[in-house]
Design a protein around this ligand. Structure first.
Ligand SMILES: Nc1nc2c(c(=O)[nH]1)N[C@H]1C(S)=C(S)[C@@H](COP(=O)(O)O)O[C@H]1N2
Ligand SMILES: [Mo]
Length: 250
């Protein structure tokens, strides 16, 4: 991140602006680029938001740097930047968080040569990587966290996934789902996270394994994974099926 833009967060934006952005984003199926351009236009015609304009423009830059370009790396941060306390989000309240099923394993299906399910132990035996990145929720807030786990490209190669397949779909044991294009799935910062701040993920943060993809909006970072499928059939997802922009990152 450049200079004074480091401090800009989605949460700095007036709720009013965030609402405009979200509405357009949801209803229009816009890319993030188009969304921010349009919210920029909206800003100038919307009364009472002039003071927030420069913040919003900087937010555009932050989002550009973090999300727009799938070939670029998302910004990484020092340990001191980690957000405390970390914010929980799901389509249900925190008290409804489901515990990890006994006999948990990660199912693998579709265009892969090895469909054997994975235990946590098997995943921990693969190369691990740690990253401190910003998680940006479409609701208009962001936070910096530290996740460690197996780079998804390592896992996909290990199971013999067809890299020419279009999609990688994720299903979670809380009923959630999402999907990625193959290029984003293979991005070096896309990981199957197992640890959160150097301790095993707890159920609310996605135990035992969650997707963590800093080049996309937060809803793509599926928690509590149950199954991964490599496919050419558009998989959609929980929020995608309700109108969230599918790509949500560039
Ligand atoms: N399984 C599952 N994963 C999920 C969700 C969910 O409801 N269920 N919500 C998504 C959304 S919208 C966000 S912002 C992040 C929140 O992650 P956090 O609780 O670690 O902050 O999880 C994402 N992954
Ligand atoms: Mo989110």
């Amino acid at each position: 991140m450049r200079g004074n833009r480091t401090a800009v967060r989605a949460s700095d934006i007036a709720p009013e602006l965030a609402r405009i952005g979200r509405r357009r984003f949801l209803k229009g199926g816009l890319s993030l680029g188009a969304l921010t351009l349009l919210t920029g236009c909206d800003l100038s015609s919307h009364s009472g938001v002039d003071a927030a304009l420069s913040t919003m423009l900087e937010f555009d830059d932050m989002v550009q740097a973090a999300l727009f370009n799938p070939n670029r790396m998302a910004e990484t941060y020092p340990v001191s930047a980690i957000t405390k306390p970390f914010r929980f989000n799901a389509y249900y309240p925190e008290w409804q968080v489901r515990i990890v099923p006994a006999q948990w394993h990660l199912d693998v299906s579709g265009l892969v040569s090895d469909k054997a399910p994975w235990t946590l132990e098997n995943l921990l035996a693969l190369p691990q990587e740690s990253q401190i990145t910003r998680h940006i929720c479409i609701e208009g807030w962001s936070q910096i966290g530290q996740w460690s786990g197996v780079p998804l490209h390592v896992f996909l190669r290990r199971i013999g996934a067809d890299p020419r397949a279009r999609y990688v779909a994720f299903r979670c044991f809380d009923g959630y789902s999402t999907s990625l294009d193959m290029a984003s799935a293979l991005h070096p910062q896309t990981i199957l996270a197992i640890d959160f701040e150097d301790a095993p993920l707890t159920p609310e943060w996605g135990a035992p394994v969650r997707l963590r993809i800093p080049t996309k909006l937060g809803f793509k970072s599926a928690k509590n994974l149950q199954a991964i499928e490599v496919t050419n059939t558009y998989p959609g997802g929980f929020w995608e099926d309700q109108g969230y922009n599918w790509f949500s990152g560039s």
